[in-house]
Design a protein around this ligand. Structure first.
Ligand code: TRP
Length: 543
C-alpha cells in the first residue's frame, strides 16, 4: 500500500471488497515476485496494496531494474542526509531531475498520502523528501489521495478529512511552503480527474490484471483510483513538460512504471534509430547495427552497403557467433531481403503515433537537413537522437499535446519496527506517530529492542549490531537530522562496544521527546497557513 508509508501493514486490516486477495502478501498473478510467488518470507513483492516489507533490497535492483541511488549521488546538489545515509537507496531515471536542479531548470516533485491513519515517522521521510526538493527549487506538490482511501480502503469522508488535516499540518510544520507549492485532494481537483479519464483511455483491464492482480471481483472505483494516481504523477507536467520526481516507498514502483509507460503512450511521436525505410524491433536493430559497424561500404559495388549485403553477411555468420535467437534472425533476414537493394543508412526516425495532421506536417517542416517522408514516419539524416527528442516534444507541445517526460522516482527504505520485525501502523508500540504525546514517544523508544549483546560485558567486547538496531535507525533516519558526524559517532561508538544500549536509548528517547514537542508546537503555528492555503479541508461529500 502506501509507498510513502513504510509502516502500513495491510494484511492486518480489514480487506475491502473487490480488493485482490492479500493473504500474507501471497498473491499469485499479481505480484511482481522474483520467484513466481512460490517462496516464503524472503520474497520481494512490490504490491501497492499488499505487504510492504522488503527483505532483500538487492533484488529490487536485479529483478525490477531499480537503480542504485549511490551511483547518482555525485550528481545531486546538496544531497539530503537521507540520500547521504543510504535511506534513499534507489531510483528510476533520477538523472534528469538532478541535472535540472543543478542547472536551475524547471523540475517538480510530487507525492501523495492516503489519509488512513495518523501521520508517523515513516511519512516524515516523504515529507522531508518533498520539502528538500522544494528548497532546491523544484515545484512541489503534496496531494491527499482521498479517492484512493475511499475506494481501496473504504474510509468515510469524515475520517478522511480528519486524517488529511493531520498529514497537511505535519507537512507544513516540517517546512513545506504552501505559497510556493501546491496542495490538493484528488476528489476536488477537476483537472486531475479529466487527465485521469484521458489516461484511462490508454490503459485496459488486462494490463491492470497483470500489474496489480485485479480480477473480476475488483471494484471499478479501485481501478479508477489507479488512473487517478497516474494523473497525480503526471499532473506537475500539465502546463509544461519537466523532469518530475515521485518520492515513494518501493511498493509504489508498479505505479511508477505504469505512469512512465502511459506518459510514453500519450506522446505524438516516437523517436527511434533506424537503418532503412522499414521498422525494426529493438533486438533486430541491434543485429543490423552490429553488422553495419563491421561491414565496409568499400567492399561492395558502387561503394554502397545495401540491405541484401547485410542479409548475406548475416547468413554467412555461424549462429553461435550471434547473440540472438533464431526467431529474431529470421525476422530481420526477411525484412532485409524484402528491402533488397535499398541502401543501409543510419537515421533518426519520428514515428507518428497519435499526432494530429497539423502536428505531423509541422514536424516535417521543422526537420532540418536531409529528410525522407513516409506515410507514418519521417526519417532525418542530419539529426542526433537527442535533438530529435527535443524537436518532437516542441512540436507536440505547440500543437496541443502534453509532451510528457517519463516521471522519475526515488525510493526510501522501510523502517524497522521499534519492537523488531516490521514497523506497522496497526501495532502502536512498533512505530511513533507524529501526534504521539512526547512522553509516550519517549517511553516507546525506551522500550524498543536493540542490536545490543546479551550482557554489557559481551557488548563491550564484541560491540553492538548497529546495522540491525531499530534505535540506531531512529538516529540515522531522524534524530541525528543533518548531523552526519553525530550519526557516525553513534554508529562507531556502538559497534566498538563503547556505547551501551541503556544510555543510547536514553539519549534517543530524549531526542524523540524533543522532536515531538517541537514538531507539535510547529503544527499549531502553521494552522493558519493551512487555512489560508487553497486545499479544501472539508469534503463536500460528507454527509
Ligand atoms: N497510492 C499512494 C499510497 O498508497 C498514494 C498516492 C496517490 C500517491 N497518488 C500518488 C503516491 C501519487 C505518490 C504519487 O500511499
Amino acid at each position: 500500500m502506501t509507498g510513502d508509508d513504510p509502516l502500513e501493514e495491510p494484511e492486518l486490516e480489514e480487506p475491502t471488497t473487490g480488493e485482490p486477495a492479500t493473504d500474507g502478501g501471497e498473491r499469485s498473478s499479481s505480484t511482481l515476485r522474483s520467484d513466481g510467488g512460490a517462496a516464503g518470507a524472503d520474497d520481494v513483492a512490490l504490491d501497492p496494496w499488499g505487504s510492504s516489507s522488503v527483505s532483500d533490497y538487492r533484488k529490487l535492483f536485479e529483478e525490477f531494474g531499480i537503480e542504485e541511488f549511490d551511483d547518482i549521488l555525485d550528481e545531486v546538489p546538496n544531497p539530503h542526509y537521507l540520500m547521504r545515509r543510504g535511506v534513499i537507496f534507489g531510483h528510476r531515471d533520477y538523472h534528469p531531475v538532478a541535472e535540472a536542479l543543478q542547472n536551475d531548470e524547471p523540475a517538480a516533485v510530487l507525492s501523495g498520502f492516503m489519509p488512513t491513519g495518523d501521520p508517523h515517522i515513516g511519512h516524515k521521510l516523504v515529507f522531508d523528501e518533498i520539502i528538500w526538493h522544494q528548497e532546491q527549487g523544484a515545484d512541489a506538490y503534496g496531494l491527499i489521495a482521498d479517492l484512493e482511501a475511499n475506494a481501496a480502503r473504504g474510509m468515510s469522508w469524515e475520517e478522511i478529512d480528519e486524517h488529511a488535516r493531520d498529514y497537511l499540518l505535519s507537512l507544513l510544520a516540517l517546512g513545506f511552503d504552501p505559497e510556493e507549492g501546491t496542495l490538493y485532494r484528488q476528489s476536488e481537483n477537476r483537472e486531475l480527474q479529466d487527465l485521469a479519464f484521458e489516461l484511462g483511455a490508454d490503459a485496459n483491464f488486462s494490463e491492470f490484471q497483470a500489474i496489480y492482480g485485479f480480477d473480476g471481483e475488483t471494484d471499478v472505483s479501485h481501478m479508477q483510483s489507479v488512473v487517478t494516481q497516474m494523473a497525480d504523477i503526471l499532473y506537475p507536467q500539465l502546463e509544461e513538460p519537466k523532469p518530475t520526481v515521485i518520492p515513494v516507498g518501493p511498493d509504489q514502483d508498479p505505479h511508477v512504471r505504469l505512469a512512465r509507460d502511459l506518459a510514453e503512450r500519450m506522446r505524438f511521436f516516437k523517436v527511434s534509430e533506424a537503418y532503412a525505410s522499414f521498422e525494426l524491433e529493438d533486438d533486430e536493430r541491434a543485429v543490423v547495427a552490429d553488422f553495419y559497424d563491421r561491414l565496409e561500404p568499400a567492399d561492395f559495388d558502387d561503394d554502397t552497403l545495401r540491405c541484401v549485403h547485410v542479409a548475406e553477411a548475416i547468413e554467412e555468420t555461424p549462429l553461435s557467433d550471434l547473440a540472438v535467437g533464431a526467431d529474431v534472425l529470421d525476422s530481420v533476414l526477411t525484412k532485409l531481403r524484402e528491402a533488397g537493394m535499398e541502401p543501409v543508412r543510419p537515421r533518426t526516425r519520428f514515428f507518428d503515433r497519435r499526432a494530429t495532421e497539423d502536428a505531423f506536417d509541422a514536424l516535417i517542416e521543422a526537420v532540418d537537413g536531409e529528410k525522407r517522408v513516409y506515410e507514418n514516419h519521417v526519417d532525418a539524416f542530419d539529426l542526433e537522437r537527442g535533438e530529435a527528442e527535443e524537436l518532437a516534444r516542441e512540436v507536440e507541445v505547440d500543437h496541443g499535446g502534453y509532451g510528457f517526460r517519463p516521471p522519475s522516482s526515488i525510493y526510501h527504505r522501510f523502517m524497522t519496527g521499534l519492537t523488531g520485525g516490521k514497523m506497522s501502523s496497526s501495532i502502536p508500540a512498533s512505530h511513533i506517530s507524529l501526534l504521539d504525546d512526547p512522553e509516550k514517544g519517549y517511553d516507546k523508544v525506551k522500550a524498543a529492542s536493540t542490536g545490543g549483546r546479551e550482557t554489557a560485558e559481551e557488548h563491550r567486547e564484541k560491540g553492538g549490531k548497529a546495522d540491525e538496531c531499530p534505535v540506531y535507525e531512529l538516529y540515522a533516519y531522524l534524530l541525528a537530522s543533518d548531523d552526519d558526524e553525530f550519526a557516525k559517532r553513534v554508529y562507531d561508538e556502538c559497534t566498538s562496544g563503547e556505547r551501551l544500549c541503556g544510555d543510547c536509548k536514553e539519549q534517543a528517547a530524549q531526542l524523540m521527546r524533543e522532536f515531538l514537542e517541537d514538531h507539535q508546537e510547529k503544527r499549531e503555528e502553521v494552522e493558519q497557513l493551512l487555512e489560508d492555503s487553497e486545499i479544501e479541508l472539508e469534503s463536500p461529500r460528507r454527509r
